[in-house]
Design a binder for this molecule. Structure first.
Ligand code: NAP
Ligand code: G4F
Length: 343
């Protein structure tokens, strides 16, 4: 007899973000029914997932979006009750470290308390689901590299402190209530869908614009910071792998390589034959009250237990992002000619 198994259901918070969009793609490819929580905004905020939509009235639709917010606990309860997902990926957060110094209370509310609202909603509904928490290498803060799952945490920003709270409540719900709840401690990961104010994307967008003659200066902060930059589509695969493992655990996900912001500038400008030093200027507004000097991860546990191995490393990543930003500018130009000039 052929077994008629219904597809697994996943709920993603932060589905409109960089990682949420790649994770939704991955899960849809794997046959999941995917539900995403989006925030009501006065402008559309679904650009990263628009290509995944089909008409919601059509049969066979696999992607469903629901209004909600991590600050609204009762809404999380009603959503979980109606969707009853098998897997919950908590990716929503105020995710910008510099901004967390400007909006510390809001960051604590969404990036920290948001997680316990979701965990508590799962517990209240009595759902037997697997839970992924988007933890961050930013929690290691001032502790020098290499950092792994046993490294002492020393957050250096309201964002890092809020993520550390979420990390611990995830472990607490695992140990206290026997939930299958895991922390993915992900190091910086980037892509053409990276938010425009994070350092890599800020650089690659500027390179495309400078090459096109649309910009001639780029203002930056601390160029000495060391980061371990990986490729976002590979990192969301690690999230999924963590929830398929037999037992719940916490995992560092990183490439183990170290590059400075200055290196990333050089790699990106060189890719289009430009000398970065001619364009980059310093602006103290991009400095942080406390900086995280160096993050370089040791992801041996993820390699050994999950078989996860990073493929795209920083030099290739910079090229992928610059090429994509150049293409996007060219497409914008064509769009402009079509809409305005040819009218
Ligand atoms: P991102 O692009 O900034 O996306 C954040 C997502 O969270 C967006 O969908 C955003 O919605 C949503 N969001 C923000 N506040 C919310 C709230 N109060 N309620 C509901 N949704 C809310 O971040 P990302 O790079 O994809 O990262 C995903 C997660 O991993 C974040 O938690 C981040 O802190 C964490 N993380 C990221 C990295 C990295 O290098 N990318 C590394 C470690 C950990 P809108 O689109 O409406 O703003
Ligand atoms: O790209 P960034 O803003 O990323 P940051 O602070 O490392 O945080 C990212 O990675 C974390 C994982 O460790 C995530 F949890 C977090 O959500 C986020 O995705 O800055 C990287 C470095 C910093 O040292 C910063 O001081 O670049 C330095 N930097 C120098 N000039 C700059 C700039 N950063 C930004 N955003 N803009 C600048 O002009």
């Amino acid at each position: 007899m052929v077994e008629n198994k219904s597809p697994k259901k996943a709920l993603i918070t932060g589905i409109t973000g960089q990682d949420g969009s790649y994770l939704a793609e991955l899960l849809l490819e794997k046959g999941y029914e995917v539900h995403g929580i989006i925030r009501r905004a006065s402008t559309f905020n679904t650009a990263r997932i628009d290509h995944l939509f089909s008409d919601p009235h059509e049969e066979g639709t696999k992607l469903f979006l629901h209004y909600g917010d991590l600050s609204d606990g009762s809404r999380l309860v009603t959503l979980l009750e109606s969707i009853r997902p098998d897997e919950v990926y908590n990716l929503a957060a105020q995710s910008h470290v510099r901004v967390s110094f400007d909006e510390p209370e809001y960051t604590g509310n969404s990036t920290g308390l948001g997680s316990i609202r979701l965990l508590e909603a799962i517990r209240m509904v009595g759902l037997d689901c697997r839970y992924y928490q988007a933890s961050s290498s930013e929690m290691f803060g001032a502790t020098p590299p290499p950092q792994n799952e046993d490294t002492v945490f020393y957050p250096r920003s309201p964002y890092g402190a809020a993520k550390l709270y979420s990390y611990w409540v995830t472990r607490n719900y695992r140990e206290g209530y026997g939930m299958f709840a895991v922390n993915g401690i992900l190091f910086n990961h980037e892509s053409p869908r990276r938010g425009e104010t994070f350092v890599t994307r800020k650089i690659t967008r500027a390179v495309a614009r400078i090459k096109a003659g649309m910009q001639d200066e780029l203002f930056m902060g601390n160029l000495d910071a060391v980061r371990d930059w990986g490729y976002a589509p590979e990192y969301v695969e690690a999230m999924w792998m963590m929830l398929q493992h037999d037992t719940p655990d916490d995992y560092v996900v990183s490439t183990g390589t170290d590059y400075t912001v200055r290196d990333f500038l050089q790699l990106s400008f060189e890719h289009v034959g430009l000398d970065w030093e001619k364009y980059v200027k310093f602006d103290e507004r991009y400095l942080r009250p406390t900086e995280v000097d160096a993050l370089v991860g040791d992801s041996s546990r993820a390699r050994n237990a999950l078989g996860w191995v990073p493929k795209v490393l920083t030099p290739e990543l910079a090229q992928i992002m610059v090429d994509s930003d150049i293409k996007a500018l060219e497409a914008e130009g064509t769009h402009y000619i079509d809409k305005v000039v040819k009218k």
